[in-house]
Design a protein around this ligand. Structure first.
Ligand code: MLT
Length: 394
């Protein structure tokens, strides 16, 4: 018997598991310290009232013979896919309901989508990168190549000149760097994908945080329907990190190697996934209602204000950073040339604040650090005060 020995090529711990492990060790040694966690991007505000109400009704419906539901449709209920299609329309993008697949989140789909692609494809990721794209492709044994995001390009990598790829992961607004691609930049990526006959796997999980004139979806850009699949999620948009619901968009005409990708994904999902529960799909549909949009935007505005508070502290301290504008993440340069894990320990020990070491997102993250704005307001203000006090002494 053999296990998949590609797992031997992974770093020992998933990044956020490693951050949690180190944080818990510190807390157990220092139980009297109030540790503030601005590490993993996990939401802290409750679900919107209109969502909770819809979920309650969904649960009630499951309790009555007339309205009971068993297995959901593999691709998600029509009412939810239509609501998502209408949502796209609200910012000028046409995506049909039968191009949408409801899922338990973007993280799972970004990893699972590899099932429909051969393992001999080359995968291009930007570096720094959300570790799921890398780890899931290491597990599958694919070759991975990198496009550099650095201070020079504002931590928004562009297509590399002499590198070919079959699968390209892009995330905009970017996790972890917070940068967001412009229309022209996405056009360049689409051109590169079409030249390589590649597929772009576009993670739009943070689109709801966009405040500037940048695309909310890759399908807002000409040519994307010929080369892109988009993932989105209600985790950060509507506080569903624990509830779990997301969606993946695959244009009906998208084909590679003589296969229709929309059909292949349906085949994969029907085999390996039994869909999202009825109360959660009811709650998800409420997110896209008029009242739902109003309520979730209040929560997003709260996190955006946290991002502003963190960013202005960085401005005061004269620290280089990206993000915070179209994104809930602030990606900053560690002071005094500290490396990422050194700064992680320094901040934890001296300010009792947890962030995420940039190095965990790739080699270009070395010397950088990520703070999230998903914290509680009071804690965010306190963390920022502690950081300012600590770093202005240096
Ligand atoms: C993050 O902190 O990068 C995210 O919360 C992780 C995720 O969405 O899986």
């Amino acid at each position: 018997m053999k296990i998949n020995n590609n797992y031997d090529n992974l770093v020992p711990n998933y990044l956020f598991a490693e951050v949690a492990k180190r944080t818990n060790e510190f807390i157990s040694k220092n139980p009297e310290k109030k540790v503030i966690k601005l590490g993993i991007g996990d939401v802290t505000l409750p679900l919107a009232p209109v969502v909770v109400e819809a979920m309650k009704q969904g649960a009630e419906e499951l309790g009555s013979k007339e309205t009971f539901k068993g297995y959901p449709d593999y691709e998600g209920y029509e009412f939810l896919r239509q609501a998502i299609s209408d949502y796209y329309k609200s910012f000028g993008v046409t995506v049909a309901a039968d191009e949408i697949f409801v899922s338990d989140g973007a993280k799972s789909d970004c990893g699972n989508i590899g099932d429909i692609f051969g393992t001999d494809n080359t995968v291009l990721v930007t570096d720094p990168v959300y570790p799921v794209y890398v780890d899931s492709n290491i597990m599958a044994g694919r070759e991975i190549v990198y496009a550099d995001s650095t201070e020079k390009n504002g931590f928004a990598a562009m297509p590399p000149k002499d590198t070919e790829a079959d699968i390209i992961y892009l995330c905009s607004p970017n996790n972890p760097t917070g940068s967001a691609y412009t229309y022209n930049e996405l056009e360049a990526w689409i051109e590169y994908a079409l030249e390589n006959d590649a597929i772009i796997l576009y993670d739009a999980a943070y689109e709801a945080f966009i405040t500037e004139e940048v695309p909310r979806s890759i399908f807002a850009v000409e040519g994307a329907r010929k080369c892109a699949i988009e993932f989105c999620s209600l985790s950060k948009t509507a506080g569903f990190t624990g509830t779990r619901c997301g969606y993946t968009v695959i244009p009906k005409e998208l084909e590679r190697d003589g296969h229709n990708l929309n059909k292949l994904w349906y085949r994969r999902q029907a085999t390996k996934f039994n869909g999202v529960s009825w109360p959660v799909q009811r709650g998800a549909a409420a997110v896209f209602s008029e009242e739902g949009q109003k309520q979730i935007k209040e929560n997003i505005a709260y996190y955006q204000e946290n991002a502003r508070i963190i960013s202005s502290a960085m401005d005061e301290l004269g620290i280089y950073y990206t993000g915070g504008k179209n994104s809930p993440y602030i990606w900053l340069k560690c002071p005094d040339g500290m490396d990422s894990w050194e700064f992680f320990d320094y901040l934890l020990e001296n300010a009792n604040v947890v962030g995420t070491p940039g190095e965990g997102f790739g080699s270009n993250g070395a010397g950088y650090f990520r703070l999230t704005s998903f914290g509680d307001r009071g804690n965010t203000i306190e963390a920022v005060e502690r950081i300012k006090k600590l770093l202005s002494k240096k």
